[in-house]
Every structure is written in structure tokens, then in C-alpha cells.
Design a protein around this ligand. Structure first.
Ligand SMILES: *Cc1c(COP(=O)(O)O)cnc(C)c1O
Length: 408
């Protein structure tokens, strides 16, 4: 008899975005004349930049000729891309990461989900609340949790991030083995300073834990002194894996390319307490279950690091961040308490008078015809908050803010 992985039965049926979709469809059906502006889902809207498109085309042309055709590529990714990443994303910023530490993949969603496979079943996982749902759901799928209970899976250590702690979790009372951190943060749009990250690196070192650091929004950091990489913190190479993606950085959500950094110094432990290098495990996992990202896509990704590519990508990010600035200003003028949006494409808004996240969703949809994301959908500590994404175009962004300002 074929037995199903019953851990999947514990998962809350993808509730958040389907429920948003349902309420929006219902509204649109009842109000066909209203123009609904979508600022809910975290997906980019601006096209790939010219340098990327040119390299992408060149890659396809190479595949079309016998002399330059390529079959399977190196499993860890092409050296030209890994070297461009090591130099531009790390070494040029004084961070000692080599091409050999970098594993190219088709997405950070996949990598942050798959990474747990190389760690033992009895690891305790800590995640922030609210949080990007992938970390919790993949923990459930891997069988490390009990059932779902009023917003929480049994067996996961939840670390609330609220206004009171500046959206940086307090060190947990129960010691985790693996700690997911994401800065700049989705959904809250907030960042962590060097001092705050150092606290986590030191904690991981003291407790033999590993930090799984999601830096998908690194390129949106505008303020001086905010770390772009966890490896800016001394000792992080011993305790952290970093995930980065071209998705939000360069509009690759539909093109697919990302990378994960696993330094040689990173160690985990076997059941006898002996330390084991983690990198060969990830290498083995990837080379067994993954056959690489297509050559034209890797070539397109490498173009992000050319002189022109950098300039063009920076302009697109500046466009989204200008949206964020406009949103932050308008929402503040409208009397809302607003967080994030300076070093991230998300604005985290506190609802007024303790209104629930879903009530605010309905109000904004019905009265302003704008779609956002209820904070409670990212975890119980997000209740009373609301996420707006800055990825819409400028005109829609401005119109949406005008409408929200005019809300009664
Ligand atoms: C968008 C996003 C990613 C990127 O995922 P990809 O699979 O690379 O597209 C990773 N982490 C967070 C928190 C995100 O919001």
C-alpha cells in the first residue's frame, strides 16, 4: 500500500493568498466598473533590464550553434557566474567569500525549503512571527512538527517581531538548532543593524546553532551601515548559510536564478557530537537532486554584475523604492503608523484603533478598491498590521495612496 507523507495533512491549506483572491474576485464580480489596484502579492512588475535581455539572447544564440552549444552545466553553477557573484556581491565589499562557496540555483524559495534536508530530523527550528511562510511549511513537510494549533505548529520555536522589540526577535528561551532570519524582512520591510545581527551570530556560536539567513531583499538597502550580508559579521562563516536571489534584485521572478552561500568553515554535528563540514552535504544534495540552471539564464544573471547591468538594476530598484517612499509619506499623512519601506519594497502598516488585519483588508478593498495583504496571514503576531508592496507601477501607487488618504 502506498502511504502518503501525512505531515502534509498538518499543513494549513494555503489560506492567505487564495482567501485574498476569493474576496477580490467577489468584489470585482459585484463591482465590475471599479478599478482595483493590487498591492498584495510580492512580485515585481518592471521588465528585465536591457543588459540582462542582451546576455539572455546571446545565451540562446550560443545554444543554437554546434560550436557553442552546451549540454549539462557544472552542478554548482557556471564558474563565470559564481566568480562574478563572489567578486561583486562579496569581495568588493570586503567580505571574504570565494566562488567555491557559492551554489547557483533556480530560487531562494527552493533553497530555503531544501536546506533542511541536510540537517537531522531532531533539529529544533526557530522562525520569526510574522514570517515568509516557506520556512514553517517546509519544516512541517519534513516531519519536525506536531499539529497546527491557533496559528502555531507544535514543535517550532516562534519568535514574535513587534513594534515593541523593533521587529527584531528577542533571543529565544528554548535553544533552537536552526534559526531562520530574513533581513531586509518580508513581510515587515524592516532591517537589522550590525549589532543586532552580531547578537545572533554570537548566540549561534555559543549554542552550536546554524543561522539560515535569507537576504533576498539585500539590494534594496539604502541606508549606510545596514549589513547587506550576514558575513559582514565576524564569526558568521562558522555559523551561517546565506540565501540570495536575482528575483527581486533584477526582476528574475519569472526567469529563475538564485544562489546559496555555504562557507568551508560552517560545521554541524553528528550524533556522537563530532563536527562535520556542511558544504559537502549541500553539494551532494544539489548534485544528486538538481541539474543546474539553464545556461542562458546564468548568462543573463551574470550581466547583472556588468557596469551597465549594475546601473540599470539600481535604477529599477530606485523606482520601487520611490514608490515605497511615496506610500510611506501618504500613509503617515493619513495618520497611520508605518514601518519598513526605506530598505525594502514592503510597507508594514499598523491599523487604526486596533482594527483586525482582515477587517482592514475588507475596508481598503471595499472603500478604496486597493488590495494589500493582512499581516495576520504571516503569523499571529502580524495581527493588527497590513502589508503593502511597492512593486506596483508609479501611477497605480499614487492613485492607491490618494484613495486611502480619502478613506473615512
Ligand atoms: C521573494 C522572496 C524570495 C525569493 O524567492 P525566489 O524563489 O528566489 O524567487 C526569498 N525569500 C523571501 C522572503 C522572498 O520574499
Amino acid at each position: 500500500m502506498a502511504k502518503i507523507n501525512e505531515n502534509y495533512l498538518k499543513l494549513q491549506a494555503g489560506y492567505l493568498f487564495p482567501e485574498i483572491g476569493r474576496r477580490v474576485s467577489e468584489f470585482v464580480a459585484a463591482n465590475p466598473d471599479k478599478k482595483v489596484i493590487k498591492m498584495g502579492i510580492g512580485d515585481v512588475t518592471q521588465p528585465l533590464v536591457p543588459s540582462v535581455v542582451k546576455a539572455f539572447h546571446e545565451g540562446v544564440d550560443e545554444m543554437a550553434k554546434g560550436e557553442t552549444f552546451k549540454g549539462y552545466g557544472p552542478e554548482q553553477g557556471y564558474a563565470f557566474l559564481r566568480e562574478a557573484i563572489a567578486k561583486n556581491a562579496y569581495q568588493d565589499n570586503g567580505i571574504d567569500i570565494s566562488a567555491d562557496d557559492i551554489f547557483i540555483s533556480d530560487g531562494s524559495k527552493c533553497d530555503t525549503g531544501n536546506i533542511q534536508e541536510i540537517f537531522g530530523h531532531d533539529n529544533k527550528i526557530a522562525i520569526c512571527d510574522p514570517v515568509y511562510p516557506v520556512y514553517a511549511d517546509t519544516t512541517v513537510m519534513s516531519g519536525k512538527t506536531g499539529n497546527y494549533n491557533s496559528g502555531y505548529y507544535e514543535g517550532i520555536i516562534y519568535m514574535p517581531c513587534t513594534k515593541e522589540n523593533g521587529f527584531i526577535p528577542n533571543l529565544p528561551t528554548e535553544t533552537p538548532d536552526l534559526i531562520f532570519l530574513c533581513y531586509p524582512n518580508n513581510p515587515m520591510g524592516t532591517v537589522a543593524t550590525k549589532e543586532e545581527l552580531k547578537k545572533w551570530v554570537d548566540y549561534a556560536a555559543e549554542n552550536n546553532s546554524i543561522i539560515l539567513y535569507d537576504a533576498a531583499y539585500e539590494a534594496f538597502i539604502t541606508e549606510e551601515g545596514i549589513p547587506h550580508s550576514i558575513y559582514e559579521i565576524e564569526g558568521a562563516k562558522e555559523v551561517a548559510i546565506e540565501f540570495r536571489s536575482f528575483s527581486k534584485t533584477a526582476g528574475f521572478t519569472g526567469t529563475r536564478c538564485a544562489f546559496t552561500v555555504v562557507p568551508d568553515e560552517l560545521k554541524a554535528f553528528d550524533s556522537s557530537g563530532k563536527s562535520v563540514a556542511v558544504k559537502p552535504f549541500w553539494n551532494r544534495r544539489q548534485s544528486t537532486k538538481f541539474n543546474g540552471v539553464s545556461y542562458p539564464v546564468q548568462k543573463a544573471a551574470a550581466a547583472v554584475y556588468t557596469e551597465e547591468g549594475k546601473k540599470e538594476v539600481t535604477e529599477v530598484i530606485a523606482y520601487y523604492l520611490e514608490n515605497a517612499r511615496i506610500m510611506k509619506e501618504s500613509l503617515t499623512e493619513a495618520g497611520y503608523e508605518v514601518f519598513g519601506g526605506v530598505n525594502a519594497p514592503y510597507i508594514w502598516v499598523k491599523t487604526k484603533n486596533g482594527m483586525s488585519s482582515w477587517d482592514f483588508f475588507d475596508k481598503v478593498l471595499n472603500e478604496a478598491n486597493v488590495v494589500g495583504t493582512p499581516g495576520s496571514g504571516f503569523g499571529p503576531a502580524g495581527e493588527g498590521y497590513f502589508r503593502f508592496s511597492a512593486f506596483a507601477d508609479r501611477e497605480s501607487t499614487m492613485e492607491a495612496m490618494e484613495r486611502i488618504k480619502n478613506l473615512k
